[in-house]
Design a protein around this ligand. Structure first.
Ligand code: KG4
Ligand code: ZN
Length: 353
């Protein structure tokens, strides 16, 4: 028997002028790699897996296989685009969780191996923290929120309201008890015959429909938690009932149905956000996740600025959807705080903030 002895040299951040982080994201169906120079993104490559489209949702086994195929070319491209050599890297940050286990394992194993090979530190990142800290990516055109602020992460996998006290001090105030908001969009769209992911299409048709045409029930969930599975079921029953009477019902009313779904979802999110502001007294609100692209939510937040004196922050679209740049910004702040991981770390499918 022999023991493999690995010594990792932890650089003193104070001695380094420039920190180069390679970040890797593989929690769901996007394989992404980014290079950050301090808090600035110099490359951010995302390979979106098209293989799931025909199944109407992410198939975990196919996702992990596609990550295996994509990871090397995606990392290679991120380095090429950033025009740096792997030997210049200061550390490797990777998504440890939450997410699909098979997908997480690909990024985790790759990051661990490369960090070991290059003899540089490894930094584990919580994907949900990354969605929130994406607001700290340096960009001349974007405003950065001050602590404390409220963050609402809304995507195909998550729906949370978080009180952000500091970079690594966050409290989850509420979250979904079943489906995520993006799932509610995608599953409702699927009922209407729209392709996956249906969220952007529901949003598009909603913009030219009447939001008061049809009424869908809002869930009665306590505190700041959410539930979206009941909405999906009520839309299904409604469509089944109407198409029995008129087989062209969807085609004839698509825009009005989408507008009514969007109206209900936005109301559900805004009701909880208002409640969170009242409970905490914090009026700075940052959003993140793919559903942040939604026109109804953006409009409702702008209205909140005028109506309730909120200050709202919406990151650039490329940092809203799953991407490695947001993993890199967490990596950068962890590097500055000497928050490194050891080689015995493993992926964590359920990983709370
Ligand atoms: O953050 P993301 O890329 O991946 C996850 O972590 O899930 O979010 C993808 C989700 C999908 O459910 C998609 O339908 C939804 O974001 N989405 C939208 C819009 N753009 C993307 N939902 C509603 N309106 C949009 N404009
Ligand atoms: Zn995400």
């Amino acid at each position: 028997m022999f023991y493999l002895c690995v010594s990792i040299i932890i650089p003193n951040p104070m001695e380094k002028e420039t920190i180069y982080i390679l970040a890797i994201e593989s929690s769901c169906d996007d394989t992404s790699a980014a290079i950050l120079c301090n808090n600035k993104v110099i490359s951010n490559v995302v390979a979106t897996q098209k293989v799931h489209e025909e199944y109407g949702g992410v198939v975990p086994e196919l996702a992990s296989r596609a990550h295996q195929q994509n990871i090397v070319p995606v990392v290679h491209q991120a380095l090429m685009k950033a025009n740096i050599d792997k030997n210049q890297l200061s550390a490797i940050a990777f998504t440890r969780g939450p997410g699909l286990m098979g997908s997480l394992l690909v990024g985790t194993s790759f990051a661990k191996s490369l960090a070991l090979g290059l003899n540089i530190p490894l930094i584990e990142v919580n994907h949900m923290q990354a969605h929130i800290l994406a607001h700290f990516i340096k960009d001349e055109k974007m405003q950065i929120p001050n602590f404390p602020f409220l963050a609402m992460t809304i995507s195909g996998g998550h729906t949370q309201i978080v009180k952000v006290n500091d970079f690594f001090n966050m409290n989850v105030l509420g979250q979904t008890l079943d489906d995520a908001v993006g799932e509610a969009y995608d599953k409702s769209g699927k009922i209407l015959g729209l392709p996956y992911p249906a969220g952007p299409l529901v949003d598009k048709y909603a913009q030219t429909g009447d939001p008061k045409s049809f009424k869908f029930p809002k869930p009665k969930v306590g505190n700041l938690n959410f539930s979206f599975s009941g909405l999906k079921t009520s839309i299904l029953y409604f469509i089944q009932k109407e198409t029995q009477k008129n087989s062209n019902f969807i085609d004839e009313h698509l825009h009005d149905i989408c507008a009514s779904i969007q109206y209900t979802i936005v109301e559900i999110l805004m009701d909880k956000l208002k409640k969170a502001v009242n409970q905490t007294g914090i009026k700075q609100i940052a959003i993140g996740g793919g559903v942040s692209a939604n026109s109804g939510i953006r409009q409702a937040l702008k209205n909140g600025e005028k109506k309730y004196g909120w200050t709202t922050y919406i990151p650039k679209f490329e940092y809203c959807t799953d991407n490695a740049a947001m993993i890199g910004i967490v990596g950068y702040y962890k590097f500055k705080n000497n928050m490194f991981s050891t080689q015995d770390i493993s992926a964590k499918a359920r990983y709370t903030i």
